[in-house]
Design a protein around this ligand. Structure first.
Ligand code: TYC
Length: 112
């Protein structure tokens, strides 16, 4: 099977009997994901952190307790991975809630 141009301008080079078929290269890029991190401190009560993890990150009591202890022992932990908008919302919700309850708990996000 041969492929020939449908139209040809006078600027095109003369036909030399070689047809080149090009395939369009469509590149898509997945949007980046963001890790939401909870940071340890010396003052926020453990039960409050467990409550945060249940309320804003949908964890059951066992998972929340386990992650809270990880933060307590290691200094920080990833508590979820989300799109930028969702991660920003989680960080804002946690920071507002901690502040309203007068705890110094810190929550941040970073690109994966
Ligand atoms: N270190 C705190 C305490 O001993 C508990 C704690 C855990 C605080 C996790 C913050 O993200 C945190 N009361």
């Amino acid at each position: 099977m041969t492929f020939r141009p449908v139209t040809m301008s006078h600027d095109d080079p003369p036909e030399d009997g070689v047809d080149v078929i090009t395939k369009p290269v469509v590149k898509t890029r997945k949007p980046p994901l963001y890790k939401v991190l909870l940071l340890n401190d010396d003052y926020t009560p453990m039960e409050f952190v467990v409550h945060i993890l249940e309320r804003f990150f949908g964890m059951n009591a066992d998972a929340a307790h386990s992650i809270m202890l990880t933060v307590h022992m290691k200094g920080l932990a990833v508590v979820g991975v989300y799109s930028r908008e969702i991660a920003e919302t989680k960080v804002t919700q946690v920071m507002d809630y901690a502040r309203r309850n007068q705890h110094p708990l810190q929550c941040t996000m970073e690109k994966e």
